[in-house]
Design a protein. Structure first.
Length: 183
């Protein structure tokens, strides 16, 4: 709390006027994160008409947000605030089930996502991969980063569910972004 107050340029007294405890502060930060994620998802869904571009933008936005959370913070939440960790996982699950399910429906209707695969299985498969791989226990036991895990999950996922033409467009978009990033 001392470091946080120093960084914010406020006294501990002022901090405790707004947050009665460290738990209240952590709860507020997590709630703010939920709101931020939801608004960014809505903004991304609204601002991109190209289906593949929207998938790519959602993918990169979610990946960046996941990677901003340190392993230590994840570990601390799981250890000291299992109630909050459970809430985060439930929020993640609801967000994935709702948003990806809508995207899969749209993708099938527009011919970008294969219609020969059960949509519910597609969504649950993605959710399962995210929940079982993007967590501190797994990440700390392996040499890959959160970003590498997320990227690998999505590459395998989208290579499997996209139609041939959509997959080509998707890989072209990835290549363009990689070229832009290297410049």
């Amino acid at each position: 709390m001392d470091e946080l107050c120093f960084d914010l340029g406020i006294s501990k007294k002022t901090m405790y006027e707004h947050f009665q405890s460290k738990d209240d502060l952590v709860d507020a930060v997590i709630e703010w994160q939920f709101i931020t994620v939801k608004s960014r998802i809505v903004e991304t869904m609204r601002n991109s008409t190209d289906f593949i571009d929207r998938i790519y933008r959602l993918w990169t936005m979610m990946g960046k947000m996941l990677c901003q959370i340190s392993k230590q913070f994840h570990d601390d939440l799981r250890k000291f605030r299992p109630d909050l960790w459970k809430r985060i996982n439930e929020h993640r699950k609801e967000s994935i089930l709702g948003n990806f399910s809508k995207m899969i429906d749209e993708g099938i209707q527009r011919g970008f996502v294969r219609s020969d695969i059960n949509k519910d299985v597609m969504v649950l498969m993605y959710l399962g991969a995210i929940q079982s791989v993007i967590n501190p226990e797994v990440i700390t036991q392996h040499s890959f980063s959160t970003e590498e895990a997320y990227t690998s999950i999505l590459m395998v996922y989208f290579d499997g569910i996209l139609t041939d033409s959509a997959r080509q467009h998707f890989h072209k978009r990835i290549s363009q972004q990689a070229q832009m990033s290297s410049q």
